[in-house]
Ligand binder design. Structure first.
Ligand SMILES: Nc1nc2c(ncn2[C@@H]2O[C@H](COP(=O)(O)OP(=O)(O)OP(=O)(O)O)[C@@H](O)[C@H]2O)c(=O)[nH]1
Ligand SMILES: [Mg+2]
Length: 451
């Protein structure tokens, strides 16, 4: 991101190489779990952490899980484990410990001092991925804000590093300690970013209102990260969006028109992937996604049917949706079981049929090969049928000029002419019917389907 003169340095300038993970680094992953839990919890923690770390580009050498009732307040893992980690890191020539949860500033500092290794937590890894991937100015600002909020309470914790000579960031005012000055600068920058983001919010608000007023139903594609949302979005809308076998390939909500059978259509939104325990600092960065989810008339929930953890991912998605909607009622949902072409083993097939037994209706597709995509569109069209009306519009002699307008208003299925008078068959959003009446056109509703 291009920094303007006078703007505050990035988080890296404060924390040095502690701020981020780097491609050439070699990592040991460390998690703490309560004793005797199910293996899925371990998988959930460690597999996801490994995927995150790999997405950030770092090599994973080992995973270490300690079973204890709760993390040690001073060093996260127990004292004995600290020694063990230091020895393991020496053996493997590892240089960074990646922790499975967010550490307190003191825990991170103590652990670093005790092991002589760099210590990075899950939040930092996620922030790092977001920073690498932010593609719009708004996303960049939201990520920077999250980083600064993470940094602020840690300025004290990293006191030693900051007072090291050479790590300088500007001169000190009289009577002001370096720490106070840093904190003030960070806070000022946080305020400035918040102001700029609220401008962006206003722009988005206008766009959102316009979409709502258009009366065109909105479909949000949501799901666990890497479940195939963008691939499905591309297949449904023809839009050219980034698809990658990485977590958080998509960072902002994109909206495109999606054509449906029976002359219907919808506005589809691709969204940021859900994961378990998203760092709270990142919630503003998810705002665009959250809004398109809340506004949706239909949620297409993608589930990677080829993943052995498909049911668990679905559970995570369900929890995130419950958080987003709170007391409000969820819109209609459809589970789209993706990557059908990869489902081949008996275990995978068994899982696929279990997924089909969920309370929410489902359809298995391969967006990559196009399998069942027409069926999916049919299904979506059916669910959204209530948003559309099919009408006949009488076009009085001399008013042929309205035809281009009609075809912008809806899908024009055809016009027949008799004695200079036209009869247009039109499918349009119910919310637009009033515009026909306003244009003083005589309308006969054909088959308004309500579902
Ligand atoms: N074989 C197969 N691979 C698929 C299919 N759909 C998606 N993929 C692959 O799965 C990976 C993730 O796909 P994306 O569409 O980027 O997933 P996403 O849910 O948008 O991911 P994030 O934006 O990172 O949360 C990519 O490597 C895709 O090529 C499918 O139907 N079949
Ligand atoms: Mg995506």
């Amino acid at each position: 991101m291009g920094r303007r003169p006078g703007e505050l340095p990035l988080i890296e300038d404060y924390l040095g190489r502690r701020a981020r993970v780097y491609r050439e680094e070699r990592a040991i992953l460390v998690g703490v779990l309560p004793p005797g839990r199910l293996s899925w919890e371990e998988e959930e923690l460690m597999v996801e952490l490994e995927a995150l770390v790999r997405t950030a580009g770092v090599r994973v050498l080992a995973r270490v899980v300690q079973r204890r009732a709760r993390p040690d307040p001073a060093t996260f893992v127990g004292r004995g484990k600290v020694e063990e980690l230091a020895a393991l890191a020496r053996d493997l020539s590892a240089d960074v410990l990646v922790m499975g949860d967010e550490l307190s500033p003191a825990q991170a500092r103590n652990l670093e001092e005790a092991t002589g290794l760099k210590v990075v937590d899950r939040t930092q890894v996620i922030l790092d991925i977001f920073a690498q991937r932010a593609g719009t100015r708004e996303a960049e600002l939201a990520v920077e804000l999250a980083q600064l909020e993470y940094l602020l309470p840690r300025l004290r914790g990293w006191g030693k590093a900051l007072t090291d000579p050479g790590g300088g960031i500007g001169t000190r005012g009289p009577g002001e300690t370096r720490l106070e000055q840093d904190r003030r600068k960070v806070k000022r920058r946080i305020q400035a970013i918040r102001r700029r983001l609220s401008d962006a919010d206003r722009v988005r608000e206008v766009r959102r209102k316009r979409r709502r007023q258009s009366g065109v139903p909105q479909v949000a594609i949501v799901g666990y990260t890497n479940s195939g949302k963008s691939t499905l979005f591309r297949a449904l809308t023809g839009a050219d969006v980034l698809v990658e076998d990485k977590l958080f390939a998509t960072l902002d909500a994109r909206v495109r028109r999606m054509e449906l059978p029976q002359g219907r259509w919808a506005l589809a939104a691709d969204t940021v992937g859900f994961i378990r325990k998203l760092p709270h600092q990142l919630i503003p960065a998810f705002r665009a996604t959250l809004e398109s989810v809340r506004e949706a008339d239909l949620l297409l929930i993608t589930v990677d049917a080829s993943s052995p953890f498909a049911l668990e991912h679905l559970e995570t998605v369900r929890k995130v949706l419950a958080q987003i909607f709170g007391e409000a009622q969820l819109p209609p949902r459809l589970h789209v079981l993706t990557k059908l072409d990869r489902v081949s083993s008996p275990e995978q097939k068994a899982l696929l049929s279990r997924l089909g037994l969920e309370a929410v209706p489902s359809l298995a597709v391969s967006a990559l090969l196009g399998t069942n995509m027409e069926e999916l569109k049919e299904e979506v069209s059916l669910i959204l049928a209530g948003h559309f009306a099919r009408v006949q519009v009488r076009i009085p002699p001399g008013r042929q000029g309205v035809i281009p307008w009609l075809s912008r208003l809806g899908q024009l299925q055809g016009v027949s002419w008799k004695d200079g008078e036209g009869l247009a068959e039109l499918t349009l959003p119910v919310a637009r019917l009033g515009r026909l009446h306003k244009a003083r056109l005589v309308v006969e509703e054909r088959d308004r389907i309500t579902s």
